[in-house]
Write a protein that binds this ligand. Structure first.
Ligand SMILES: [Zn+2]
Length: 243
């Protein structure tokens, strides 16, 4: 509802480009060019994920504006990139029914945004996600976590809404950074008897940029906002590239 309203407002008010800030409505042509999907397979924490874009520059600006700047008018090119990633992820799968499952937003994030960013993008692609996972606990805010702390913090944050035995899923999220969020989602699905067949994300943060994790907008930053979940991670360090 709020998204539709903001789209309508963008139609009548001149706004700046969500990517570069130039006077324009929505996203300017140059930034739309930078948002053209370039699906690539990346690996984090033992998961192979298809990403539609690299999280940097204009892409990072537009995703940030869409997720946290109420710029729902920028959803079009992001939806195209996520759709391309999902298409790549399911392309190699054996026949049979596979459900698209998104990582839940925190209640606080839903309240402040008024919409679930990934669900809204999937909806534009004609994909209706299933909400097989839910956040388990809510705690106080905790800021400035590195890769190791993210992983420890994400552990146990999610659980299945019920028995998922025999059900197959494609996990979908917005920004893949360390992979903590998706590793946790995968763990929760598997623990409930389901299987994760593929993973797709809107954008991936190249590992060489991992020194600046604190600034990325991985869904995990939402989960992190819920506080310290603690616990053993059961996952291994990704092979970080130097430089
Ligand atoms: Zn622009």
């Amino acid at each position: 509802m709020r998204g539709a309203l903001l789209d309508a407002v963008a139609l009548v008010l001149p706004v700046s480009c969500a990517g570069c800030g130039a006077p324009d409505r929505s996203v300017c042509l140059r930034c739309i060019h930078a948002l053209r999907p370039t699906p690539r397979l990346v690996r984090r924490l033992g998961l192979a994920a298809w990403a539609g874009l690299e999280y940097s520059g204009v892409v990072a600006s537009v995703i940030g504006a869409y997720k946290d700047g109420a710029r729902t008018d920028a959803a079009g090119p992001l939806a195209a990139a996520l759709g391309a990633a999902v298409a790549s992820a399911v392309a190699g799968l054996p026949a049979g029914s596979v459900a698209v499952c998104t990582v839940p937003s925190t209640r606080a994030a839903m309240r402040s945004r008024g919409y679930a960013p990934v669900d809204a993008l999937l909806s534009r692609c004609g994909i209706r996600p299933t909400h097989a996972l839910r956040l388990v606990r809510a705690h106080a805010d905790q800021a400035g976590l590195g890769a190791e702390a993210r992983r420890a913090n994400a552990e146990g944050a999610l659980e299945a809404r019920g028995n998922l035995a025999g059900r197959r899923f494609v996990l979908v999220d917005d920004v893949l950074t360390t992979g903590s969020t998706l590793a946790e989602a995968c763990r929760a699905v598997t623990a409930a008897g389901g299987s994760v067949e593929a993973v797709a994300v809107l954008a991936e943060t190249p590992l060489r940029r991992s020194g600046r994790l604190a600034g990325t907008r991985e869904t995990y930053s939402d989960i992190r906002g819920q506080g310290d979940y603690g616990g053993r991670t059961g996952v291994v360090d990704p092979p970080f590239r130097p430089g």
